[in-house]
Design a binder for this molecule. Structure first.
Ligand SMILES: Cc1ncc(COP(=O)(O)O)c(C=O)c1O
Length: 407
């Protein structure tokens, strides 16, 4: 692939030294990785950091290795905080975005009749969690309508905030099931104006766009580290604002790390977001996340956020020109997730045909996005998600592969 890169020479490519970034990413020699919305390819420094720590654990013991690397472990909080314009005390490590999300939800004292206001494009597991809250606590789940263009109608959502006075407003920045980018900062402005609790799922946007929790106005924000941030699997984080910490919220199940057992019948929650963590840590993974966040900031989030969606836009153009292919992404702003349906194919055989060409992709089904796929009247789609280290040539090759399969 690499020999083709210099031939592209587009303005988007020149934002970054793509050749050097690919040399740092061993996976780019093996596959055409268009599944960054699933899991990004690890960069060499991230892999080296993790292997180094595993070796140290094998050599001197797991607890001893954690003690020896305690300063670097603190680096996790600094790096993630710097990535989202927060302070280290507001960051908690989590084993996944979903774990971060459910821990955050468990800290809200829902009562029967409380309203959770969300969007039609919030992530599947979040929607299931809201339904579970409905089942257990009789909360009402309200979905703000979409605008005609696609994506949530912010004014209609704000009107619902005023009339329904939700206990929680929840929005997914970039859903898993399409290229849509939701206007989370606009939603946040209304939440701040009305003093409403605001939870943002930034799982697909961390590492793809600069994220500023102050600008978004989030009380809580969750993410994995494995997707566009290119961290290891089994990792994520929860941002908890001072507002939320000071209000005394704590997870339902808090452990010896999140709290101090201060007397036989009492415990004191930690003052910082470590209240939301557990004692056991996958230290190699935590250090890998710190390295990935540092790497992303060194590459530059501003440049990444220009190049990555531009590669996706090029792919949409290529796919849109193929007879029998329908690009499904709708909305005023589109990011790096490209989704499409193709006539004459079943889901699994189509993905297998892409796999056979060493093109990594992912399938989405109606169950992942009941509202969105219902509106679009599709049962499944293929999702392609390039990242900054992919090349224009790869984008064109992928579109050509789909064109070959479409005939
Ligand atoms: C928008 C969004 N939120 C949350 C998640 C869940 O992340 P995790 O698998 O780390 O729990 C995903 C995963 O695809 C996602 O796309």
């Amino acid at each position: 692939m690499t020999q083709h890169d210099s031939a592209t020479g587009s303005s988007v490519e020149s934002l970054l030294d793509v050749r050097a970034l690919r040399a740092d990413t061993p996976g780019t020699e093996k596959v055409v990785h268009f599944n960054n919305a699933g899991c990004g390819l690890l960069a060499k420094p991230v892999l080296a950091t993790m292997l180094d720590h595993l070796n140290l654990e094998a050599e001197i013991g797991g607890y001893e290795a954690a003690a020896a690397r305690s300063a670097e472990v603190e680096g996790f909080y600094r790096e993630i905080a710097a990535l989202i314009n927060a302070r280290p005390r507001n960051i908690a490590f989590a084993a996944s975005a979903t774990h971060a999300y459910s821990t955050a939800l468990s800290s809200i004292r829902f009562e029967p009749g409380d309203v959770v206001l969300t969007t039609r494009n919030d992530f599947i597991s979040n929607q299931i969690a809201f339904l579970s809250l409905r089942k257990r606590f009789s909360v009402e789940v309200v979905h703000a309508p979409d605008s005609r263009e696609g994506g949530v109608d912010v004014e209609a959502m704000a009107a619902l905030m005023r009339t329904r006075k939700p206990k929680l407003v929840a929005a997914t920045h970039i859903p898993t099931n399409s290229g849509l980018v939701q206007p989370v900062a606009e939603i946040g402005r209304h939440c701040r104006e009305l003093g409403l609790l605001y939870l943002v799922d930034a799982c697909q946007s961390i590492g793809q766009y600069p994220i500023d929790v102050e600008e978004i106005g989030a009380d809580l924000l969750t993410s994995t580290c494995r997707k566009f941030l290119r961290g290891p699997r089994g990792s994520g984080f929860l941002y908890v604002s001072d507002r939320f910490l000071d209000a005394g919220h704590e997870p339902l199940f808090i452990d010896m790390h999140g709290a101090r057992w201060s007397a036989p019948g009492a415990y004191e929650p930690a003052k910082s977001a470590s209240r939301f963590e557990e004692w056991e840590f996958p230290y190699a993974t935590v250090l890998g996340c710190a390295a990935a966040a540092r790497y992303a900031r060194e590459v530059g989030l501003e440049a990444i956020s220009r190049r990555t969606p531009a590669l996706a836009a090029r792919l949409r153009d290529g796919l849109g020109a193929i007879p029998g292919v329908e690009v499904l992404d709708r909305g005023p702003e589109l990011g790096a997730l490209v989704t499409f349906s193709i006539k004459g194919w079943q889901a699994v055989p189509f993905k297998e045909a892409m796999d056979a060409r060493r093109i990594n992709s992912a399938l989405s089904y109606r169950e992942f996005a009941q509202f969105d796929f219902g509106d679009k009247n599709v049962d499944w789609c293929l999702r392609l998600s390039p990242h900054y280290y992919n090349t224009e040539r790869e984008v064109d090759d992928v579109a050509a592969a789909v064109a070959e399969l479409a005939v």
